[in-house]
Design a protein around this ligand. Structure first.
Ligand code: ZN
Ligand code: ZN
Length: 408
């Protein structure tokens, strides 16, 4: 019996993830169909050329970042796609916002509940990542045991999940397919709770508003900022998209959502128009109960979400930056290599600028400790740019090229 592994995309890059497992009888399981991070927003036909689209296959999506699911709409309509329950909701919201609506209903799994699809037995393990509802996947087929790490870290609010897995790893792993985003980089990997303290300190020394740029899908970060707002006696102001994300996932959790104290939704005309076009006037009306207009940001000391997409609406309502304000870019600072209107806007007013961030991915040291604990016979590197020069401390690395078949 031979199980075949093919990394269609990702042996040398971050994003666009697409991996295939093929059983002896020819059944196929696809791990992720991600959109390449460097693809233009209107680019199409991006599935890897080596991915055979004839016949059928089951697709599993490890978490709701577009570099793992963004090409679902290019798959044959008959291929089932499975992911986590909250992931399914978040993918649907983002696909709509990106104007590439899904052409199918996603099936869902529950953490630690194994299920079978053709020759494959799959067990999802909820893990710690900047993307919400992220999973590692244990796949058993043809007598082989493969663990796919997906994207993960060990310094977020769910780090205990990774620690638990390291204490009792899946037995007898043949292959670990491991992400390596942060290998050979100096991206910050302080804990999310330490980052929260840094936001509290910044809020306390800022007399005016604290504008923050972060991803509405980074739920850990929304929680850190919400907690920092409460601890500094301020209100966190989120946009309609972030409000929709929190509404979609907050049921049954203690996550902050519209209606909580110290939390307001800013009703900007661009996003109002977007939801109105989708026929979601009810959503806007609901959010308006917990909302404020951009005009109300003037004279406040709120912690305010800011993205280039919101800037035009803020300006139109007379929001004017001041030297008493501060701005924190809370995303990877490499994105600032491109011009950032929000940063320039605050900078021109003499506002205090501070980059406060921690990575969504494990540090090199944590990746090595995790790999050692998993103790797989072979490690197949993916989702990294520096694997060639960062192999020390990893035992049993098997470097593949994109599209190359590896017979286990
Ligand atoms: Zn990724
Ligand atoms: Zn991710």
């Amino acid at each position: 019996m031979t199980l075949t592994l093919t990394v269609h995309r990702g042996t040398n890059e971050i994003g666009g993830s697409c991996i295939e497992l093929r059983s002896t009888s020819g059944e196929r399981l696809i791990l992720d169909v991600g959109r390449p991070l460097d693809a233009a927003s209107d680019a199409e036909n991006l599935l890897p050329a080596t991915l055979d689209r004839t016949g059928t296959a089951t697709v599993v999506i490890c978490h709701p970042h577009q570099d793992h699911w963004g090409l679902v709409h290019e798959l044959p309509g008959s291929w089932p796609v499975i992911t986590g329950q909250a992931s399914a909701k978040l993918i649907e919201i983002t696909a709509r916002l990106a104007r590439r609506p899904l052409n199918r209903t996603l099936n869902t799994w529950s953490s630690r509940e194994a299920f079978e699809r053709s020759d494959f037995r799959i067990t999802p393990f909820l893990t710690d990542h900047s993307g919400f509802d992220a999973y590692m996947l244990l796949i058993e087929a043809d007598g082989q045991r493969v663990l796919y790490s997906g994207d993960f870290r060990m310094h977020g609010r769910k780090s205990v999940l990774v620690e638990r897995m390291m204490r009792s790893p899946p037995a007898d792993l043949d292959v670990l397919i491991l992400e390596g985003t942060n290998l050979g980089t100096d991206k910050p990997t302080i804990s999310e709770t330490d980052l929260e303290d840094q936001f509290v300190a910044l809020a306390k020394k800022t007399p005016g508003r604290l504008f923050v740029c972060w991803s509405g899908q980074n739920i850990d970060r929304t929680v850190s900022l919400y907690r920092a707002a409460k601890r500094s006696g301020r209100t966190l102001v989120i946009d309609l998209y972030t409000a929709e994300v929190m509404e979609a996932i907050a049921d049954g959790t203690r996550l902050p959502r519209p209606g909580f104290d110290n939390l307001k939704v800013v009703l900007t005309s661009g996003l109002r128009r977007h939801y109105a076009e989708l026929g979601r006037v009810d959503f806007i009306d609901n959010m308006a109960k917990h909302g404020l207009s951009a005009r109300a940001l003037e004279g406040s000391n709120h912690i305010v979400m800011l993205r280039d997409g919101l800037l035009k609406d803020y300006k139109a309502k007379g929001v004017t930056p001041a030297a008493s304000d501060a701005f924190s870019y809370s995303m990877w600072k490499g994105y600032l290599d491109k011009p950032n209107k929000s940063l320039e806007w605050l900078k021109s007013a003499g506002a205090h600028l501070e980059h406060l961030h921690t990575s969504g991915h494990a540090s090199g040291a944590d990746l090595r400790a995790f790999a050692s604990a998993m103790n797989a016979k072979v490690i197949v590197p993916v989702h990294g740019q520096n694997w060639d020069k960062e192999q020390f401390g990893f035992a049993g690395i098997k470097r593949l090229n994109d599209g190359e078949d590896y017979h286990l």
